[in-house]
Each structure stands twice: as structure tokens, then as C-alpha cells.
Design a protein around this ligand. Structure first.
Ligand code: MAN
Length: 152
């Protein structure tokens, strides 16, 4: 049983949560969007689903696979097989927004879905200079902790 926990942890650690792990905040959180027929669900870094609004079970639209464009577009693949077609798959475009919100879903090609998701995590990162300063600050802290350890 503990091996399952380790495998789960490993799967989580393998994922790329972007610079400074900004996308870790939405990992495994789920968001929904409804159109006339379906409620679409995005469980970030996990899976996408389509559920009929008026009853019926959900259909997997893919499981987390990769960034199709690093930190801009996600790719969920190997969903439920489409009748006479490919397994369902979903691309998720990310856009900067004040809140985490699934904004839209469409099906540009049969069984190929496109979601639009807004999140503060996709907003402009700190300018490089500030990053560098922060790194320098962290390094200095590390060095001084290490020196203290040596003195001790
Ligand atoms: C279901 C839904 C649709 C999809 C068709 C394909 O009705 O998943 O989105 O286009 O199956 O047969």
C-alpha cells in the first residue's frame, strides 16, 4: 500500500508546473463550464471530462499528457474512443486572468476538444532582474546557513 503513495507522489513530481512551480496551485483542482448540452470539466494536470447536462455518465476527454506549448497550452490525451474515430483528446489554452476559471469549450474537430482556461498562474512572471535578485538573495541565505553549520 505505501508503494501506491510513492507512485502517486512520483507521478506528481514528474509534472512540469512551470517557472517557480506557479501552476502547482491548480494541480488536481477541478473547474467546470457548461454549454447548452454538456458540462465540461477540467481537473488540472489530471483529466478532462464531458457530462450531459440532463443525465447520463461522464465521458473522458483525455488524461494529462504534456504541455503542447510550454506553459501556454496543455494536452490531455487517450480519452474514450470516438465512434469510428480517434480517442478523444483535449487541448487547453491558458490565459492570464484574476481568477481560476474555465471560460469556454469547443470541439473544432470531432472528438478533439479545445478549452480556454483563465488563471493568475498564466500572468506575466516577475521581470528577469527581480528573479535574479531573488536568486542572489536565496544563495546568500544558503551560504550563510552553511557557514553557521560549519562554525557549529
Ligand atoms: C458524443 C460527444 C460528442 C462527440 C460525439 C462523437 O456525442 O462526445 O462531443 O462529437 O460523441 O460521436
Amino acid at each position: 500500500f505505501p508503494i501506491l503513495i510513492l507512485q502517486h507522489l512520483e507521478k506528481y513530481l514528474e509534472k512540469d508546473f512551470g517557472p517557480d512551480d506557479v501552476f502547482a496551485s491548480i494541480a488536481n483542482q477541478c473547474f467546470e463550464y457548461s454549454d447548452l448540452e454538456y458540462t465540461y470539466k477540467l481537473c488540472a494536470f489530471d483529466y478532462c471530462e464531458q457530462k450531459p447536462k440532463h443525465g447520463g455518465s461522464g465521458t473522458r476527454l483525455g488524461s494529462w499528457e504534456k504541455w503542447s506549448e510550454p506553459h501556454i497550452q496543455m494536452s490531455y490525451e487517450k480519452g474514450v474512443q470516438c465512434w469510428n474515430g480517434p480517442p478523444r483528446s483535449t487541448k487547453v489554452d491558458l490565459r492570464c486572468g484574476a481568477e481560476n476559471r474555465l471560460i469556454h469549450s469547443s470541439e473544432p474537430n470531432r472528438c478533439e476538444y479545445l478549452f480556454l482556461f483563465e488563471t493568475p498562474a498564466a500572468c506575466q512572471p516577475l521581470p528577469a532582474v527581480q528573479h535574479d535578485e531573488f536568486d542572489q538573495y536565496e544563495k546568500k541565505n544558503l551560504v550563510s546557513s552553511f557557514n553557521q553549520l560549519l562554525l557549529w
